[in-house]
Design a protein around this ligand. Structure first.
Ligand SMILES: [Zn+2]
Ligand SMILES: [Zn+2]
Length: 243
């Protein structure tokens, strides 16, 4: 199932099981034949997303890149599965997490030892399951054109060191990864490479933006009027993150 958000941005809702599966955002106007996927999902959760693309008449050959908001396993788990089906797709990741992927350091992917042992007991993983070459290392501040949609890359460290958001000023729309969700929730800040103080700064930056449409990578999306909800969320969390 693929759902319309605005012209040129669609989403494939994640299918959480005993672990979460991230949503995938599909960016690019159909006539551009240049499609970008934001995030992938948990291990073994790629095929239904590929089917959703094909059923919506999106040619897999048109998928030019996958951008990860960050490299936790519920976002990167089926990256290999997707890249194998999308031979024309590049991988773009923020530079501070790209370096982990390229040297095969999976500490950010798993987040902590408990998750690592749980995942390894549930899935067959190879030593290089989370080793990837990154085609473009993002820094934050770039303005990029994705199939007719102009977006700015925001570096939003805190939930993880290389978390990013994608912001469209003209559409007043933010793809927020796991930094902030709808309904007062924010991303956890206890996993490897997380930083509560940095998360506070990132949230306050988000609250300074004009955002009508909030597209987080889990739970519901906010189709309009997100600004006051975001302001409330940040106001509630800022003192907790300062402790
Ligand atoms: Zn995450
Ligand atoms: Zn997540």
């Amino acid at each position: 199932m693929i759902e319309h958000v605005i012209d040129g941005i669609r989403w494939i809702p994640g299918r959480d099981k005993f672990l979460p599966d991230s949503h995938v955002y599909v960016i690019g106007k159909p006539e551009s034949h240049e499609i970008t996927l934001i995030d992938c999902g948990l291990m073994e959760m790629g095929s239904y997303k590929l089917e959703a693309l094909e059923q919506s008449n999106t040619s897999l050959e048109d998928v030019k890149r996958i951008i990860l908001t960050h490299t936790h396993m519920d976002h990167i788990g089926c990256l290999r599965e997707l890249l194998e089906a999308l031979p024309g797709a590049e991988l773009w990741v923020h530079e501070s997490e790209a370096s982990y992927l390229e040297r095969g350091d999976s500490r950010i992917v798993f987040g902590n030892r408990m998750f690592e042992s749980m995942i390894k007991s549930q899935y067959v993983l190879k030593d290089d399951s989370f080793t990837f070459r990154v085609d473009r290392k993002l820094q934050g501040g770039e303005t990029i054109e994705l199939g007719g949609i102009e977006m700015e890359i925001l570096h939003l460290p805190g939930h993880s060191c290389g978390s990013i958001g994608l912001y469209s000023k003209s559409h007043r729309l933010l793809i927020s990864g796991d930094t902030i969700y709808a309904d007062g929730a924010i991303g956890r800040y206890d996993l490897f490479s997380a930083d509560a103080a940095a998360l506070k700064v990132s949230l306050e930056f988000i609250a300074s933006l004009d955002i009508d449409v909030l597209l987080p990578c889990h739970n519901r999306i906010v189709r309009s009027g997100a600004n006051p909800m975001i302001a409330n969320t940040v106001r509630q969390w800022a003192p907790i993150l300062s402790d």
